[in-house]
Write a protein that binds this ligand. Structure first.
Ligand code: SAM
Length: 342
């Protein structure tokens, strides 16, 4: 790490053209994953050559530049972030920004496969809450959705994380004909262990092997259906992300709804995403991007990097344009979710 990036000298905060402060950075640390979820990746994926991927030191420098510009929360994602070699080195080095107070939260989105191994280390790095993606509690369906995953291993990872004192939010993509009749069970399971459950609509990102319109389940419909059996109370709870939360009176637990298609959440967008190659996407649902790898590699000084970030934030769009529509053969955005992370 060079001296310019070790600390985070205060610089001007990042404000986009619509007056939104950019305080949340999601970083995909690898495009590789040990699962092949059907709605996310094709089974036969070509991954990036190593030279194109930012080193852990470069990722640290990039994250630290954002922290210097007012980023308060960083989420590491992927691909599967916990399959990247030596990933704990990055968590450990970024934890200095928690200790200094420059950053409020360091967190991760994971499929849980490596949690039994890393839960204690994550907690020791100052991680307090994590998101674990689980779409079904049926081991056979789990295998069918993830193609390569093992539900028992993920559940063991979740137990290890709870035992380590991590708070967990379970993320489940709502899939028509797959898990739509399991949501009650998932609520009971998650809430029994004090975990939040967030339901996500499938987003039209990346070419996959099947047809997404077959899987799309509007959460407005799921919510209406849940209200027949559960008492859902609107609450103000916010985690800095796009979910809208309700409390379930019967369990005391929370359900989040992420509804990019039925409810546009762009007006309060406070985040940007960086891929493992250093490409900055100002919006998950648009193709416009800026290369931060060149300025990172071009100079030991962070000045070119900050100039590139400023230029990019100046182009952050007002909103995205997701449409799931049978007339459109192509996804709205051609890159996979594994490129920019969830
Ligand atoms: N491997 C990690 C995991 O499984 O959580 C992090 C990356 S994964 C791409 C992040 C989240 O995006 C997961 O919850 C996954 O289910 C979700 N996801 C992937 N493709 C999606 C899509 N097309 N629409 C909605 N959610 C998607």
């Amino acid at each position: 790490m060079n001296s310019a990036s070790a600390g985070v000298a205060n610089r001007t905060p990042l404000i986009d053209p619509f007056g939104r402060a950019i305080s949340y950075l999601r970083v995909s640390v690898t495009d590789r994953c040990d699962f092949r979820c059907v709605y996310c990746m094709a089974e036969d994926m070509t991954f990036l050559p190593k030279r194109d991927v930012l080193s852990l030191e470069e990722l640290d420098r990039l994250c630290s530049a954002f922290v210097a510009r007012g980023t308060r929360k960083i989420r590491l994602t992927g691909g599967e972030p916990l399959v990247r070699k030596d990933i704990m080195t990055l968590f450990r080095s970024l934890s200095r920004h928690l200790e200094s107070g420059a950053m409020e939260e360091l967190t991760v989105t994971t499929n849980g496969s490596q949690l039994a191994r890393y839960a204690g280390d994550l907690k020791a790095c100052g991680v307090e809450r994590i998101n674990v993606s689980v779409d079904t509690l049926d081991p056979v369906k789990f295998k069918a959705i993830t193609r390569w995953g093992d539900l028992a291993k993920v559940k063991a990872g979740i137990e290890a994380a709870l035992a380590a004192g991590l708070k967990i939010k379970i993320n489940a993509v709502a899939l028509k004909g797959v898990n739509e009749h399991e949501i009650d069970d998932m609520i009971r399971w998650a809430h029994a262990d004090g975990m939040d459950l967030t339901l996500i609509e499938t987003m039209p990102l990346g070419d996959i092997d099947g047809d997404r319109t077959d899987q799309y389940l509007p959460l407005s419909q799921v919510r209406a259906d849940l209200m027949d059996r559960w008492t859902l109370q609107d609450i103000d709870y916010q985690t800095g992300g796009p979910a809208r939360y309700v409390r379930v009176a019967e369990t005391g637990g929370r359900i989040g709804f992420i509804t990019p298609l039925t409810h546009n959440f762009c007006e309060s967008c406070n985040r940007v995403r960086v891929t493992c190659t250093g490409t900055l996407y100002m919006c998950l649902g648009q193709d416009d991007a800026a290369d931060l790898r060149l300025p990172l590699r071009q100079s030991e000084s962070d000045a070119p990097l900050h100039a590139a970030i400023d230029e990019a934030i100046g182009r952050k769009p007002k909103g995205h344009d997701f449409i799931i529509d049978r007339r459109r053969a192509k996804p709205a955005v051609s890159r996979h979710m594994s490129v920019t992370g969830g």
